[in-house]
Design a protein around this ligand. Structure first.
Ligand code: AMP
Ligand code: GLY
Length: 428
């Protein structure tokens, strides 16, 4: 199949590796990609958020499937443009991508679909904000309504900080104040074809910059999959996944279908298993929806997928998911640790050389995925906040972690930072 992947991060690199691992040989192009992706498949430099340009490229090159990685092209309507010309695309239209693009829209759909989530109050002025902070109490959860590249959310006990954060984002649009939910977070992805949904395997993301969940929120500093503690609690991963499918994913996709804005692509359910209800209890609630594969969770979910990814994505894009058996996953453990530039997330320092990549790739069970990298004069250069995702796989989490951290120890990037505690909690 001729496949065009849009995006330039480690998530897109992981998608490419999963497609390359299939028995069927595909012709894969990535726009714009990065240095690691360019070492594996063809890359083209085009504006992935311009629907007209992407559609023209797809038609000229007889692309049979477009896979949209990041949210920006979705919110910009790139999938709409492709679909209008009959190009199969994995990724929702602009209207359905509002599930990620507008937190207020997401809350409305959840309410309509009866999906469990925290209370939220939409505010458009400082007076309304103060009233909402009073009503919901501390810790305060303050969220910008629109896309903010992971920076729009602040969770804090400090009321003045909550107000300052809201004051900034209120200049651009509404701000939501949410009920604080405490518990373990789970990312669970569903493929959706507008009507039916099919689950992948759960992962856990580490959102804070520093060890011990300290420091600012980031796009994600690491992840692991599967989640053995879900099995302890639900008896089997499948029981948990079925519950989320029945109470969250399917009702949401059906509510969007009923609104005339069918969701085709990846429904990312950002969940929290609340501590309420005592030991063994705990309700599953939605913290956020995204309209695309998670980054870095995809880097640990796709390596465990044993069903051909292209078949799943094409079936979602063409409305035929119901005809496929559920995807299957290997039992091996996968861990990804993100190497970030000095100063990430606030002010990442870019332009520095990365060395040791080939030595790192020699560690058994390791795959190095590129995020913000470029190749110049035979050297790899860090071009972004998140630079690499180092994936370790193994029989159990001790082996998977050992692989990932051994490889990281061989990579040099001045000022580079990574967390040392990814998946530590699941090593027994
Ligand atoms: P979001 O971008 O909505 O996923 O928020 C980023 C992170 O902030 C989440 O992964 C949580 O760790 C935290 N967060 C968001 N909403 C809440 C909430 N209602 N209660 C507690 N923590 C939250
Ligand atoms: N890892 C969080 C996200 O992809 O939004």
């Amino acid at each position: 199949m001729k496949i065009l992947v849009l995006g330039s991060g480690a998530r897109e690199h992981a998608i490419v590796e999963a497609l390359l691992a299939e028995e069927a040989a595909h012709e894969i192009t990535v726009a714009p990609g990065n240095a690691g992706i360019a070492a594996r498949v063809e890359t083209v430099s085009l504006d992935a958020s311009n629907g007209r340009i992407v559609t023209q490229y797809a038609l000229d090159n007889e692309i049979e499937l477009v896979v949209v990685g990041p949210e920006a092209p979705l919110v910009a309507g790139v999938a709409d443009a492709l679909r209008a010309k009959g190009v199969p695309v994995f990724g929702p239209d602009k209207a359905a991508a509002a599930l990620e693009g507008s937190k207020a829209f997401a809350k409305r759909i959840m309410e309509q679909a009866g999906v469990p989530t925290g209370r939220a109050i939409r505010t458009t002025s400082l007076d309304e904000l103060n009233a909402a902070l009073d009503e919901l109490g501390a810790p305060h959860v303050v969220k910008a309504d629109g896309l903010a590249a992971g920076k729009g959310v602040l969770v804090t006990d400090d009321r003045a900080a909550a107000i300052a954060h809201a004051e900034y984002y209120l200049q651009h649009g509404p701000v939501l104040v949410e009920e604080f939910l405490s518990g373990q977070e789970v990312s669970l992805f569903f493929l959706a074809d507008g009507h039916d949904v099919v689950p992948l395997s759960p992962a856990q993301d580490y959102k804070r910059a520093h060890d011990g969940d300290e420091g600012p929120n980031t796009g994600g500093m690491g992840a692991y999959s599967p989640l053995p503690w879900l099995t302890d609690r639900w008896g089997a991963e499948a029981a948990f996944v079925d519950e989320v499918l029945d109470t969250i994913a399917l009702p949401t996709v059906r509510a969007l279908e009923a609104e005339g804005t069918p969701f085709v692509g990846l429904l990312y359910c950002g969940l929290i298993i609340t501590d309420e209800g005592g030991p063994g209890g705990g309700a599953v609630r939605v913290i956020e929806f995204n309209a695309r594969f998670g980054d870095p969770e995809t880097q640990v979910v796709l390596p465990r997928l044993t069903t051909p990814l292209s078949q799943l994505l094409l079936a979602a894009a063409t409305g035929t998911l119901a005809r496929l058996p559920y995807p299957s996953f290997s039992d091996e453990a996968a861990v990804v640790v993100v190497l970030a530039s000095e100063g990430y997330p606030e002010n990442p320092v870019t332009g520095r050389e990365i060395t040791g990549l080939s030595e790192a790739a020699e560690v058994p069970g390791v795959t190095i995925l590129h995020a913000g990298t470029a190749h110049s004069d035979g050297r790899f250069i860090a071009t972004g906040g998140r630079v690499l995702g180092v994936v370790g796989r193994g029989d159990g989490f001790a082996a998977a972690r050992e692989a990932a951290y051994t490889a990281l120890g061989r990579i040099r990037l001045d000022g580079g930072q990574y967390r040392h505690d990814i998946a530590e909690r699941v090593v027994r």
